[in-house]
Design a protein around this ligand. Structure first.
Ligand code: IPE
Ligand code: IPE
Ligand code: MG
Length: 253
């Protein structure tokens, strides 16, 4: 298979190309932060930052496809983001529909499969509808899995997992003796997905903000001061490159 990656500025040999694709993280999770500050710096309303951030999502999806990342999980709206002014919440929850309206055909063309994690039940009807439609349209795709964390909060995820788990124990579907890490994971939103190999957070903040607390146990973290709307193909590739140099030990030697 010939792979022409934007990675390669000059023509490389096949061996060199294979080396650059070696040890690419299978699952990359990103906390896309800094939209508001990006807008403020330009004297624009915060919403303009979110809009610009949405454009960056599509750019980064393309890079992920080209670099053969398997899963890209993007933190788009947290369970705590409801604390923002209603106008901003409304705008943020309108973005999935807008994004999919513009980019779904291109995503389909690129064999991207769309999924979500988070509590969709309480999202506005138009958001749910757009997301459901995109999931249906891409369900047979087997390229990049583009996983949006929408109304996602890790603590809520763990609580809902425990609730369902206890229900299954009560109805004898599961016994307490059988409960282990693997079975517990199946009750999380991320069931069936491998844990992220690389976590990126933009905008200089170095915290998880309730993102994938269970799943990030052995993930490599990569932080940058770049604000999400300025996050580029090059910055993403720098993160991938840095990941490639890391040694993961999982508690071993
Ligand atoms: C990230 O940008 C987008 C979401 C949280 C949805 P912010 O809106 O958090 O931007 P800052 O952190 O205020 O700059
Ligand atoms: C995390 O960013 C949530 C998303 C990127 C969707 P926040 O901007 O909400 O996080 P805090 O408030 O700085 O921790
Ligand atoms: Mg923020």
């Amino acid at each position: 298979m010939s792979m022409k990656l934007p990675f390669f500025k000059t023509k490389k040999t096949k061996v060199e190309e294979e080396n650059e694709l070696d040890n690419i993280p299978k699952h990359v999770a990103i906390i896309m932060d800094g939209n508001g500050r990006w807008a403020k710096k330009r004297g624009l309303p915060r919403l303009a930052g979110h809009k610009e951030g949405m454009e960056v999502v599509q750019k980064i999806v393309k890079t992920a496809v080209n670099c053969h990342v398997d899963i890209l999980t993007l933190y788009a709206f947290s369970t705590e983001n409801w604390r923002r002014p209603k106008s901003e919440v409304d705008y943020l929850l309108g973005l999935p529909k807008e994004f999919l309206h513009i980019y779904l055909p291109e995503l389909i063309e690129n064999n991207v499969k769309i999924e979500t994690i988070g509590n969709m039940d309480v999202l506005p009807g138009h958001t749910k509808k757009a997301v459901r439609y995109a999931k249906e349209k891409t369900e047979d795709n087997d390229g990049l899995l583009l996983n949006f964390a929408l109304n996602y909060g890790s603590r809520f995820e763990i609580i809902q997992a425990i609730r369902r788990l206890v229900t299954d124990i009560d109805s004898s579907k599961l016994t307490l003796d059988n409960l282990d890490e693997h079975i517990f994971s199946e009750y999380l939103y991320t069931t069936g997905l491998s844990d992220p190999d690389l976590l990126i957070r933009t905008s200089g903040e170095q915290r998880l903000s309730n993102f994938l607390l269970w799943q990030l146990a052995y993930t490599e973290f990569w932080f940058t001061d770049v604000l999400w709307p300025d996050f580029s193909d090059e910055t993403f590739k720098k993160a991938l490159y840095d990941y490639q140099q890391r040694k993961r030990r999982y508690g071993g030697v």
